[in-house]
Design a protein around this ligand. Structure first.
Ligand code: ASP
Length: 334
């Protein structure tokens, strides 16, 4: 099943630039003979209404995608989700958390150039994604772009205008689509007997009060205090292995106060590659003492969607602190 949520792949030219249009994707597909080839898996298309530029995607659309998959789960071998590239990695991460016991491929893809344009990358991204979804080997949420399938919750948009627009800096690809489609089984999630026998279950996302603060030289943490006090969770994008400036106590005061209010603080790194090692430097150990937990090598996209997932599930502050440091869906390694 192909689920069209919007995004560049099915957009048309308008006076104000590219925008989604109902039915436009299907009209483009009708002109691509290969999509109807007997070598392709058979497919059906459903289209969301309204179709969105993915900059407007939020938790409601994640729920809508998950329910579309859940309702059609037994009728299809796999699912391709067409989505704008801007928030593709967030949505792929979100779906990976909310869909427990997933045993079929859910492949997110999109394109940098719409199918209506001559040099569109949409055709190849779509065809290969449908082939991977129909094959059924991948039993998790993936993001296909360029020539690679990455784990959804390990991927990040890396280029604003390149055709190889995504990267997975801390985890190797699941599939490499060269001359052959090469499945890299050793990189895929392994299901234990219990989870592969269990039925798919979906946790609905709810609106959560969380924030992300990116640390920079000279940052005045005191300025953030009034907002942080309103939050249920905070992600700090720190320097290197989890280091923060220590020129004043504003941040540690902030984290202490957050802990007092049961607001989980998760430390990620702003380096695309590598992992947080809390306490390796004096400049980071203050975070541990104040009660922050490590996001290890999670992308910010994974950290945001995981924290929102745990809050949506109604987990306690203590459970969130433990689970954020645990590997739930292959999103982190220690
Ligand atoms: N703004 C578009 C979107 O994310 C960009 C794209 O699809 O490439 O929907």
């Amino acid at each position: 099943m192909i689920i069209n949520t919007g995004g560049t792949i099915g957009m048309v030219r308008t006076e104000n630039g590219y925008a989604p249009k109902k039915g436009a994707l299907m009209s483009e597909l009708e002109q691509i003979r290969d999509i109807y080839s007997s070598e392709m898996p058979s497919w059906d298309l459903i289209e969301f209404d309204p179709l969105l530029d993915s900059t407007n995607v939020k938790y409601e659309q994640w729920n809508q995608i998950a329910y579309a998959i859940e309702e059609n789960y037994s009728a299809y071998d796999g699912f391709v989700v067409l989505h704008g590239t801007d928030t593709l990695a967030y949505s792929a991460s979100a779906l990976s958390f909310m869909m427990e016991n997933l045993n079929k491929p859910v492949i997110f893809t999109g394109s940098q150039i719409p199918l209506c344009e001559l040099r569109s990358d949409g055709r190849d991204n779509l065809i290969t994604s449908v082939m991977i979804a129909g094959d059924g080997t991948v039993k998790e949420v993936g993001l296909y772009f360029g020539d690679r399938l990455y784990r959804g919750n390990r991927s990040t948009k890396y280029s604003a205008d390149g055709m190889v627009a995504f990267a997975s800096p801390n985890f190797p690809s699941l599939v490499k689509a060269g001359i052959d489609i090469e499945y890299r089984m050793s990189n895929m999630l392994v299901r234990d007997a219990e989870s592969s026998d269990s039925n798919l279950s979906v946790t609905e996302y709810k609106e959560c009060k969380i924030g992300v603060i990116k640390v920079f030289p000279g940052i005045q943490f005191g300025l953030f205090a009034p907002i942080v006090h309103e939050m249920d969770g905070l992600i700090l994008e720190t320097f290197g292995t989890g280091n923060i400036p220590t020129y004043d106590h504003a941040l540690t005061d902030l984290i202490n106060e957050a802990a007092r209010r049961n607001t989980a603080v998760v430390v990620c790194t702003q380096c695309p590659q590598g992992t947080v090692r809390l306490g390796a430097y004096e400049a980071g150990s203050a975070l541990v003492k104040a009660g922050a937990v490590s996001g290890y090598n999670m992308t910010t996209e994974a950290a945001v969607t995981k924290l929102s997932f745990l809050l949506s599930r109604g987990c306690s502050f203590e459970a969130i602190r433990i689970l954020m440091e645990m590997n739930l869906r292959g999103e982190l390694s220690k």
